[in-house]
Ligand binder design. Structure first.
Ligand code: HEM
Length: 267
């Protein structure tokens, strides 16, 4: 039998497809959080990292395409499984355990839907950068003179709006909840949620997802409350008025001049 037929036409195949795509997306969010946590280091760190990713060029597009296909398959199979479950559901709930399972999958659907809406907004916000108008986000210069997008300032500016920051916190909270249930279902689908392991898996998934939420929340709250400050002289309200951590100049004019010279050299 064709592998695609098994994956997309049989119930067990669909569950395995959910588990595999979920695992890939799980890997992405963990990788993304690790990259984002660099915001707590010198701005050059996260700006250089974003620049490195951008310089992957066509390879970055291959990765993006792969992730888009993964998300589409994950959602498509989830919708199919939902219809199948509805068709197979008996008229009344016989046992409390069935009711609990149904509630969990209902919350999975709702949290998945909100997370999808969040991802669309988030890409418009930080990748396409259209939500705050053209030119809202600055450029900066790395210690080696390379002019790059200032992702550090973009993130700090992005979370200075308390309403937006709160929406991010809620979305990441729902995503963490979604991941926690997803992890357990993933192990169940691939047959690893056996009785001796079940409790352990539940605990590990709770601890993991709480840590995941706290990692993201730390970034949002630190930026919102001014614990992470803008260090780019081209951004109003920047922190290094007298001495710039980015370019080493010791007064405002020299800092701005350094950035301008570096930009001219690059163009
Ligand atoms: C507080 C949490 C988050 C922060 C601070 C954050 C930050 C960022 C930043 C700065 C970018 C743009 C990178 C660049 O311009 O080079 C980005 C892109 C992106 N983020 Fe997030 N992110 C967060 C949460 C999430 C979550 C939870 C998801 C997915 C569930 C996600 C998915 C993405 C995707 C798909 C992109 C586009 C990557 C690309 O350019 O191909 N982010 N994020």
């Amino acid at each position: 039998m064709n592998i695609l037929h098994v994956l997309f036409k049989t119930s067990i195949g669909k569950k395995v497809a959910m588990a595999v795509t979920g695992f890939i997306l799980f890997g992405f969010v963990i990788g993304h959080l690790s990259g984002n946590l660099q915001i707590f280091a010198h701005p050059d760190k996260i700006n250089g990292y974003a620049h490195l990713l951008e310089s992957l060029g066509p390879a970055l597009w291959v990765i993006r395409l792969f992730l888009i296909v993964t998300v589409v398959v994950h959602i498509w199979v989830a919708v199919q499984l939902t219809f199948e479950n509805r068709a197979a559901r008996p008229d009344g709930y016989q046992k409390q355990i069935t009711l609990r399972a149904t509630l969990a999958s209902r919350y999975m659907r709702w949290s998945g839907f909100v997370v999808l809406a969040f991802i669309v907004y988030h890409i418009l916000h930080f990748t396409v950068r259209v939500t705050h108008g053209p030119g809202a986000y600055p450029m900066t210069v790395l210690a080696d003179g390379t002019v790059v997008r200032d992702v550090h300032s973009m993130m700090v500016l992005g979370f200075q709006n308390p309403l937006l920051a709160t929406c991010y916190l809620i979305s990441v909270g729902l995503l963490s909840w979604h991941l926690r249930h997803g992890l357990v279902s993933m192990f169940q689908s691939i047959g690893l949620r056996t009785r001796p392991w079940s409790r352990f898996l539940e605990r590990v998934s709770v601890i993991f997802c709480v840590l995941y939420f706290l990692g993201n929340a730390l970034i949002v709250v630190a930026a919102m409350t001014g614990q992470i400050r803008i260090q780019n002289p081209l951004v109003a309200g920047y922190a290094c008025r007298d001495a710039c951590d980015v370019c080493g100049a010791i007064n405002t004019e020299a800092i701005v001049e350094n950035v301008d010279v570096a930009k001219d050299n690059q163009s």
